[in-house]
Write a protein that binds this ligand. Structure first.
Ligand code: FES
Length: 194
């Protein structure tokens, strides 16, 4: 590795943080290059509230009444108790869908509130956004290759090349607003071959 490349890794210029971290590992532990993740990049956790991630209500709390019963879903980001929206990573974006509580599978219901289920909106195939809705089948749909996920059954894959379900984000409802009760229950996004 040339000196110039080392400098680029130390300063992180033009590189993703992960590349900087990997560069640090390769260079040994004596180079203090690993910066803390930005506050708005951390993953959601209990106590965060959901807010609309786009549209005229962007940044406003996501309320149960904002979700049409039976879909489609609404995209959202977590917001920490201080009011910081955790939109520094697209891997934090989720899709919330409101369904008949009686239609939810037993395991799905544990993380749902008033029929609302919340899942990562990052596809497990090639990490495209799962931002479409099949209203006939009542399924979440990936915008790239059409994988479909069943929101009633922990977003299990029912069609397409996605290799695994979407991670569920458990929620509760407080004063009509969706509040996170714990971390994602699985891996987010695609798994690259080594
Ligand atoms: S990225 Fe979602 S189906 Fe390919």
């Amino acid at each position: 590795m040339g000196e110039h490349e080392r400098e680029r890794q130390v300063c992180g210029c033009g590189l993703a943080r992960r590349e900087v971290v990997l560069g640090a590992a390769a260079l040994g532990a004596t180079i203090p290059v690993v910066a803390a993740a930005a506050d708005n990049e951390r993953r959601p956790k209990a106590g965060d509230r959901l807010v609309h991630s786009m549209g005229p209500k962007k940044g406003q709390p996501l309320r149960v009444e904002d979700l049409p019963l039976g879909g489609p879903g609404v995209l959202a980001f977590p917001m920490d108790p201080s009011g910081l929206v955790l939109d520094g990573s697209r891997f934090n974006e989720v899709v919330a869908v409101r369904l008949d509580p009686a239609s939810l599978g037993e395991e799905t219901r544990k993380g749902a509130a008033e029929g609302v289920v919340v899942y990562s909106s990052i596809c497990s195939h090639e990490a495209c956004p799962v931002n479409m809705w099949n209203d006939y089948e009542k399924m979440l749909v990936c915008s790239c290759h059409g994988s479909m996920f069943d929101p009633r059954e922990k977003a299990a894959v029912v069609f397409g090349p996605a290799p695994r379900r979407l991670a569920q984000l458990p929620v509760k409802v407080e004063s009509g607003v969706l509040v996170v009760t714990g971390p994602f229950d699985g891996r987010i996004g695609a798994v690259r071959a080594a």
